[in-house]
Design a protein around this ligand. Structure first.
Ligand SMILES: [Zn+2]
Length: 302
């Protein structure tokens, strides 16, 4: 999602999604019937469509310059396209949404852009970021899955709803009105920090699950946060939109056992004849030889 815009809540859809997931794991039943990543979201301000429209109007310039196909990429086109397709397949199979996002990936040649997303399903990835960091496939997948997770969780809508709740009551406001407040009201942004941080942690967790379901070993995906944490330097922010990388890494590590289970499940779904639950561990089962061909249908802040 975009720099200023992340959101979440303490209880609700995310918790229910986890419970669905855990119950299925515990009982060993219901896999085929349940959506593993269930993010239905009641109790939010505005409609999802209104948030989509307003966010498109307020989108950073890189979304406007992003190509609408894989043509935006230069050096990693096939790799990025295949990973994107695999993640979308996993998201469509396991996330139950009231309104399906219009997924579009834009690849831009902008050194300042890492990855961002908009509520309607548009994701922008900076290819210079991929090159400069020499990101392996599992880490590219984690970066893209993190952005997909923001969309699945409707984090922008949650953040906007939290902002509305923090502003003076009884004044009708549009989404655009709240965006203006978030652009100029520093006190509001500071109060929203906790909401933004929670959304980032949540997106990391879901990214770990989504990449696992798509076939990427969770320990490999987590390598992205390990590198981030290792290179982190203390920086004072007026408003911090993201938790420290070390905090993100420590929290994400807690979900590794569950992600490993999902990786096993995803492997069996793709290949019913595959061996046991431990079949993928220590073996990079995800490879270009066996992955289905996907095409990026449409083409920095992480
Ligand atoms: Zn994020």
């Amino acid at each position: 999602m975009v720099e200023r815009s992340q959101g979440n809540r303490a209880f609700g859809p995310r918790t229910r999604g986890c419970l669905t997931l855990v119950m299925a794991l515990v009982t060993g039943t219901g896999w085929a019937q349940e959506a593993l990543l269930d993010f239905a979201s009641p109790g939010l301000a505005w409609t999802a469509a209104a948030v989509r429209t307003a966010s498109e109007s307020a989108a950073p310039p890189e979304f406007g310059s992003a190509a609408t196909s894989a043509g935006g990429c230069v050096t990693h086109c096939a790799e990025i396209g295949r990973i994107w397709g695999e993640l979308l397949a996993a998201a469509r199979a396991h996330a139950r949404l009231d309104q399906a996002p219009d997924w579009q990936l834009g690849v831009v040649q902008d050194d300042a852009v890492e990855a961002q997303s908009l509520p309607g399903g548009r994701v922008v990835l900076g290819e210079p970021f991929v090159r400069a960091r020499a990101l392996p496939e599992a880490q590219i997948a984690f970066v893209l899955a993190h952005e997909i997770a923001h969309v699945l969780h409707q984090h922008e809508r949650h953040l906007l709803t939290a902002a509305l709740a923090l502003l003076p009551r009884d004044v009708p406001r549009t989404v655009a009105d709240v965006y203006v407040e978030m652009d100029f009201n520093l006190a509001l942004l500071r109060r929203l920090e906790v909401v933004m941080h929670q959304a980032e942690l949540e997106a990391d967790e879901t990214a770990l699950y989504l990449t696992a379901l798509a076939g990427y070993p969770p320990a490999d995906s987590l390598g992205f946060l390990e590198t981030e944490a290792a290179g982190e330097r203390p920086v004072a922010h007026v408003v911090s939109t993201h938790p420290a990388a070390s905090v993100r890494l420590e929290r994400a590590r807690r979900f590794l056992p569950l992600a490993e289970r999902l990786a096993d499940y995803g492997q069996r779904q793709r290949d019913p004849l595959s061996d046991t639950e431990a079949g993928h561990r220590g073996t990079p089962f995800h490879g270009t030889d066996t992955s289905p061909a996907h095409t990026v249908r449409n083409s920095s802040t992480f």
